[in-house]
Design a protein around this ligand. Structure first.
Ligand SMILES: C[S@@+](CC[C@H](N)C(=O)[O-])C[C@H]1O[C@@H](n2cnc3c(N)ncnc32)[C@H](O)[C@@H]1O
Length: 255
């Protein structure tokens, strides 16, 4: 059977790892581009590939190149309530993977929107605990409802309203801060983001353990990098291309 995967530009290494982990020797790659991988496999049922968490779409391809059967793989059953600028769940998964989340982590998303990243951290990476906050009461309510949809144990999370500029957590409590930051792409928003990015870095520095890390998704690269001086260094940058924007996932470690 011939299959073709589609994914977001910039994350191919994660898709290859996802394929390898899930289907070790059950596939042979025949061609690749920056956003597709084609492979042959004896697996007959396309739905077996639903375990791939980094993939947007899979198609079973006929010999003439036409599509026989296809599935969207980015949808998540629990994701019933979405905020504008919500992150694609495949990118949320890649962020958690890049941040090496594990069951030892206490994680926070201080711009949680609809909660896509916190739910992914708990469901797919089994982190010890998640804190999620947002300035918007609507976003917080959406996150709470998505957590209920995902049937996550209430002892594993805490969700609350907070402006990042006022957010305070016990020093050194968190092991990872992982978030999709507000992007200031529209005129007039950029200045507001200056304050917000500064507050975000100060908060993360104080709330993280000495080995703690930030995983931040943003287009505001200069703004982020201006604010990390003396506090964090860049461990890794994963460059993404999506919908005409060029955000990156930054992994920052405390200096
Ligand atoms: C890009 S969205 C996050 C989307 C989320 N990752 C998702 O998938 O649903 C950014 C969020 O930052 C929140 N936000 C903006 N300014 C804030 C502030 N000063 N403090 C806390 N949250 C803020 C917005 O309400 C919005 O929900």
């Amino acid at each position: 059977m011939k299959y073709r995967l589609k994914f977001i530009k910039g994350i191919k290494d994660f898709v290859l790892e996802d394929l390898q982990t899930n289907f070790t020797d059950k596939y042979t790659i025949t061609s690749q581009t920056e956003t597709t991988i084609s492979f042959e496999s004896d697996i007959l049922d396309i739905d077996e590939f639903r375990t791939l968490k980094t993939v947007l779409h899979i198609a079973l391809i006929n010999d003439d190149g036409s599509i026989s059967v296809e599935r969207n793989l980015f949808k998540r059953e629990w994701r019933k309530h979405l905020v504008p600028a919500g992150i694609n769940p495949t990118l949320a998964y890649v962020m958690c993977k890049a941040g090496e989340l594990s069951n030892e982590d206490i994680v926070m998303d201080p711009f949680c929107g609809g909660g896509t990243i916190p739910v992914t951290a708990l469901l797919d990476f089994d982190v010890q605990k998640v804190l999620a906050s947002d300035i918007s009461s609507k976003a917080v309510s959406f996150t709470k409802q998505n957590f209920i949809e995902a049937k996550i144990n209430k002892n594993k999370y805490s969700i609350f309203i907070s402006d990042i500029k006022r957010l305070r957590i016990q020093k050194g409590y968190l092991t990872k801060v992982i978030t999709n930051m507000p992007f200031g792409i529209r005129a007039g928003k950029h200045n507001k983001n200056m304050e917000l990015y500064k507050a975000f870095i100060n908060f993360s520095y104080s709330a993280l353990t000495a080995n703690g890390k930030v995983v931040a998704f943003t287009t505001e690269k200069i703004l982020l990098l201006e604010n990390i001086k003396d506090k964090f260094s860049i461990e890794k940058e994963i460059k993404i291309a999506q919908g005409g924007l060029y955000p990156s996932i930054f992994i920052l470690k405390k200096i």
